[in-house]
Design a protein around this ligand. Structure first.
Ligand code: ADP
Ligand code: MG
Length: 408
């Protein structure tokens, strides 16, 4: 156990050599810090023979803001342990932890550099056949095996304590459920949206739904969530889907993860309005996104139900019809969380590159003048409608039809 010290490339190499076991003893290794995330340092350490690992270190503050926003180092422990637990039940879709040191807030991970970050790939209009199925599989398995259906009450309570993550949850509580609905210096949106934002903040039924969603986020310890599963937290390839970065992990409502993922696909759906000019290609991409949402919802439902039927340990929760009842409430929650993700990513602090950073200059101009504004307004309306209608949905088909109806 060493004392916490912020790594640079030299210190990383020294540390990796000391831990040993990653490279041959006589290997010549180099390091490069390349993290593009908001919060942490990410180094790639490699030898001359093409072997590499990723070293991720938490800073005692949020990287994107600086030392004025202190942030607990404990998030590194949470992230490594969520990855380990999720990998134990879904190894195919979880990034592998090779080593972790809580004092240094350092985690060594398998290098997934041969894959792409999903958000970047979607922004290049690339599609992945297995994406909806794989994420459904990941979300169903990680949530079921960390729920009261499977864990003993004693074990579950111990894990809830182990994964208590107050500082990072507070960020979500503020940015997701509060800021978009009040005046806050952190919010960011163009002046042209001001009247719509004002309307949203005066929408009493919407505020009531947001309150219910926040209350559930604050109180429902349903399962060990990823906590931040947007399209920047997923690596994809033709045959692979790997989830990274669960530092916001905690025991919360299962629909939060499902809704966050679907919300980010819908944000990309909206952004395509300003990204792909040719209508047939744009519709093709948008249909792919809707199909992925459809597959994800259905597969999540089917996977979860079959896990519940085979593996529910709790006697009372085995009652006929209970798993179905529980799953519908999860799906309803997911529509609400999806809607609030669309709203907060459009007018809150953290936006998405899909809408904000269109690569092609002409397209970016188009977005600035017309399409981005339209996309943002669409996202706002979409979020609002989804949230208001969530309780009318009683089957996985109803949920999908609601989402489809909202985007057409
Ligand atoms: P943060 O928590 O700061 O957001 P992330 O975990 O999202 O950090 O990682 C930031 C970036 O580092 C990712 O977008 C990706 O490019 C790279 N990265 C992270 N983990 C890996 C990995 N296991 N393999 C390859 N690249 C990675
Ligand atoms: Mg991140």
């Amino acid at each position: 156990m060493s004392e916490y010290v912020i790594f640079d490339n030299e210190k990383v190499i020294e540390y990796i050599k000391k831990v040993g076991s990653f490279f041959d003893n006589d290997a010549v290794i180099s390091s490069n810090e390349f993290g593009d995330g908001n919060l942490n340092l990410v180094f790639r350490v490699q030898d001359t023979g093409g072997n590499s690992i990723i070293v991720k270190q938490a800073l005692p503050y949020a990287r994107c803001v600086g030392e004025s926003w202190p942030l607990t180092l404990d998030r590194a422990r949470i992230e490594a342990n969520v990855l380990k637990r999720h990998a134990a039940v879904c190894p195919a879709n979880t990034a592998k932890v090779l080593h972790h040191d809580s004092t240094l807030a350092v985690t060594v991970l398998e290098d997934l550099g041969q894959l792409q970050i999903l958000r970047s790939a979607l922004n290049k209009a690339q599609t992945f056949t297995n994406l909806g199925r794989d994420i459904a599989h990941y979300l169903a398995r990680t949530s079921f095996y960390h729920s009261s259906f499977y864990l003993s009450p004693t074990n579950k309570k111990a894990l809830v304590t182990e994964f208590t993550n107050p500082e990072l949850c507070a960020i979500t509580e503020d940015l997701f459920f509060d800021d978009p609905y009040r005046q806050s210096e952190r919010n960011q949106y163009p002046q042209a949206l001001e009247s719509h934002v004002a309307k949203l903040r005066n929408n009493v039924p919407l505020l009531l739904e947001i309150a219910k969603l926040k209350a559930k986020f604050l109180t429902a310890s349903e399962a060990l969530l990823h906590g931040d599963i947007h399209t920047g937290s997923i690596f994809v390839g033709t045959h692979e889907t790997k989830v990274i970065d669960p530092e916001f992990g905690f025991f919360g409502p299962i629909g939060f993860d499902l809704g966050s993922f679907i919300g980010n696909l819908l944000l990309n759906y909206c952004a395509q309005q300003g990204r792909i000019k040719a209508l047939p290609q744009r519709r093709k991409m948008q249909i792919y996104l809707l199909d992925t949402i459809s597959v994800c919802l259905r597969e999540f439902y089917v996977n979860w139900l079959s896990l519940a039927q085979q593996d529910t340990k709790d006697l009372a929760l085995q009652a006929s019809g209970f798993a179905e009842h529980f799953l519908i409430s999860v799906l309803q929650d997911s529509v609400g969380y999806c809607g609030s993700e669309l709203i907060r990513r459009t007018i809150g602090l953290a936006h998405v590159a899909d809408i904000d950073e269109i690569e092609d200059e002409q397209t970016r101009l188009l977005v600035q003048q017309q399409a981005l504004l339209l996309g943002e307004q669409q996202a706002l309306l979409l979020g609002e409608q989804l949230i208001l209608n969530a309780k009318n949905c009683q089957s996985v088909e109803d949920i999908y039809q609601l989402i489809i109806g909202s985007v057409q």
